[in-house]
Unconditional design. Structure first.
Length: 307
């Protein structure tokens, strides 16, 4: 007889077999639990990818409201989004742990565009700003495919002016000096001073360049990280261009219009409707998903559709 069967004398009945199955199942679960690694990424930017752990890490501590170590400010992390769920599943728990470790009070807003128009990142950020509530006093315009690997990156309240976390010296792709995309922090007061972002940019690109000119026009100075030595290894860029093509098509007068400054539109004229608002938890990390229906005046910006 096999060694395990010798534990039971005589002929085996159903009960000993059932008991044996329970013991084996318990031993397997115990082994799996003990084999899980609780180690976190180094945060120093020395690795290209974010290590994947075989077991989910414990949820980070929530800030006690009376704990002054967490500071008085609360960040609204605004994430324009459409159909990039594999990136979202990695982004939400990673950013929740990253910000909690830095003791930054925060709320993550996923701005999911569910209409049939072309993607409009700037309008979604305007919507997120308007819907983020009075309990947040500054925002991060944050791409879903960009993860900070260096724990020294500053996400604190940008009182002195807009703070460009993903600066040209650190971003893995975009290195021109007027670049302000990827991750940009602003107080809500400063964002209102700029009248938000232009709603005229449908499809991919150029909305950040126009916003840089708005920042300068409002008399604000863009600040950037200092003392970060990890260079282009500071962030992980999740986007796979072979798998997900960017919508770079230029329609009608869009090619000429994309280089102009929109001196009238922004927060004051973004047109939208919230189809639903859902509170979710992704691997223990809370976030708010806003399903957003944008509206478009096809006479004003006919390039909002592919037709």
């Amino acid at each position: 007889s096999p060694p395990l069967l010798r534990l039971f004398p005589g002929r085996l009945s159903a009960f000993p077999l059932f008991l044996l199955a329970l013991l084996l199942g318990f031993a397997s679960l115990l082994w799996l639990q003990l084999s899980c690694s609780g180690e976190e990424p180094s945060g120093g930017g020395q690795q290209r990818g974010v290590p994947r752990q075989p077991c989910p890490p414990p949820a980070p501590p929530q800030p006690p409201e009376e704990d002054p170590a967490w500071g008085p400010h609360r960040l609204a992390l605004l994430v324009p989004f459409r159909e990039r769920f594999e990136e979202l599943l990695e982004f939400v728990p990673y950013m929740h742990r990253f910000l909690s470790k830095k003791r930054i009070r925060h709320r993550i807003f996923i701005l999911n565009q569910v209409d049939h128009f072309r993607f409009n990142r700037a309008s979604l950020i305007n919507v997120g700003f308007l819907e983020s509530g009075n309990d947040t006093d500054y925002i991060a315009m944050h791409d879903v495919d960009l993860l900070p690997l260096n724990e020294h990156l500053d996400y604190s309240f940008p009182e002195a002016g807009p703070f460009h976390v993903a600066s040209p010296e650190l971003h893995p792709l975009y290195h021109y000096k007027t670049y302000v995309g990827g991750i940009l922090l602003l107080t809500k007061q400063h964002y209102e001073l700029c009248n938000g972002m232009s709603n005229r940019f449908w499809g991919w690109g150029r909305e950040d360049d126009e916003f840089y000119r708005r920042i300068k026009g409002a008399g604000l100075q863009v600040r950037r990280p200092s003392g970060i030595t990890t260079g282009y290894e500071t962030f992980q860029h999740l986007h796979d261009p072979a798998w997900r093509k960017r919508d770079q098509k230029r329609i009608a007068a869009q090619k000429q219009e994309q280089f102009k400054v929109d001196r009238e539109g922004g927060l004051n004229n973004v047109r939208y409707r919230i189809e639903s608002r859902t509170e979710l938890s992704v691997a223990g990390a809370p976030c708010t998903v806003l399903n957003v229906l944008l509206d478009c005046d096809t006479d004003e910006t006919p390039w909002c559709t592919f037709g």
